[in-house]
Design a protein around this ligand. Structure first.
Ligand SMILES: NC(=O)c1ccc[n+]([C@@H]2O[C@H](COP(=O)([O-])OP(=O)(O)OC[C@H]3O[C@@H](n4cnc5c(N)ncnc54)[C@H](OP(=O)(O)O)[C@@H]3O)[C@@H](O)[C@H]2O)c1
Length: 259
């Protein structure tokens, strides 16, 4: 990076290889799209929803951006192996790794099972650990990792104990990675959106009321958009954030400062 570079150049991701795990729907999709629009060559990974992946592939071809999707379950070693192999076939080096995949069970604490805990932590924590371990050997100085967290990592939210605890662990893991990988020139940050309307909300109990409450609680008086989260992701992945490491960037319109 050149001191005094143009602000546009600082945010550019031109020709960088990027992987977005969980990148075909919701926030991950918006991030994959933004990184590609910022100039990166992007692989957007998913596991089940073929139709969403196909529509993203089609939109990328129409827009002329370098983005393709790849199906792989990151909770299985076969899935991680196939993802590593696919990405290696696309880029010589990986410069950007965004971990957006997450899942979980939303129930009161005393109705949850150990099996549900293991399932949630497998995708939200263990797979993050494994994916980063597998890809850092292909990352050189100047590379970045961004992990998607949520407010539940730090605040108690009704029926969110499993996901919240897994996000707390993910954030702690990311901060330890940030300290250990910095000497190799790899930055690791956490992006923590407030409530954003995605399909994930469809399965949540009492979603409509909770979405309305979240909009009211935000000093901005509305939910944040997918694009607003994606802009923050581009910033964290760019040279404009070269001094930012181990940080949690909250994109919630100020909701967390008021309650
Ligand atoms: N939405 C919010 O209000 C909100 C707020 C704060 C934080 N977040 C965080 O932001 C991230 C994205 O949330 P979202 O609401 O956009 O989620 P989403 O719409 O449910 O999308 C999840 C993505 O992860 C993929 N995925 C799920 N399991 C996978 C696996 N085993 N292997 C590979 N990919 C897998 C999904 O693929 P398929 O399409 O194939 O299932 C999909 O592309 C999550 O980490 C979430 O915790 C969301």
């Amino acid at each position: 990076m050149t001191p005094g570079a143009d602000v546009g150049d600082l945010f550019s991701l031109k020709a960088r290889g990027a992987l977005v795990v969980g990148g075909t729907r919701g926030i991950g999709r918006a991030i994959a799209w933004r990184l590609a629009k910022g100039g990166a060559r992007v692989v957007a990974n998913y596991v089940r929803e073929q139709a969403s992946a196909a529509s993203l592939d089609q939109e990328a071809v129409q827009a002329g951006v370098a983005l393709e999707t790849f199906r792989a379950d990151v909770t299985s070693s076969t899935g991680i192996n196939s993802l590593v192999e696919f990405v290696a076939g696309r880029f010589e080096r990986l410069s950007i790794l965004v971990y957006a995949a997450a899942s979980g069970v939303h129930r009161p604490f005393d109705q949850l099972t150990v099996r549900q805990l293991e399932w949630t932590f497998h995708l939200n924590v263990r797979a993050f650990f494994e994916v980063v371990q597998r890809f850092t050997s292909r990352m050189q100085t100047g590379s970045t990792i961004v992990a998607l967290s949520s407010e539940g990592a730090v605040h108690a939210i009704p029926q969110y104990s499993l996901v919240g605890a897994s996000k707390g662990a993910l954030g702690s893991m990311a901060r330890h990675m940030a300290a250990e990988l910095a000497p190799r020139g790899i930055r690791v940050n956490i992006l923590s959106p407030g409530t954003v309307l995605t399909e994930a909300w469809k399965v949540l109990p009492d979603a409509e009321r909770r979405l309305a409450d979240a909009a009211k609680r935000s000093p901005l008086g509305r939910l944040n958009t997918l694009e607003e989260v994606a802009w923050a992701a581009q910033f964290l992945c760019s040279d404009a954030a070269s001094g930012i490491n181990g940080h949690t960037l909250v994109v919630d319109g100020g909701a967390r400062i008021v309650g």
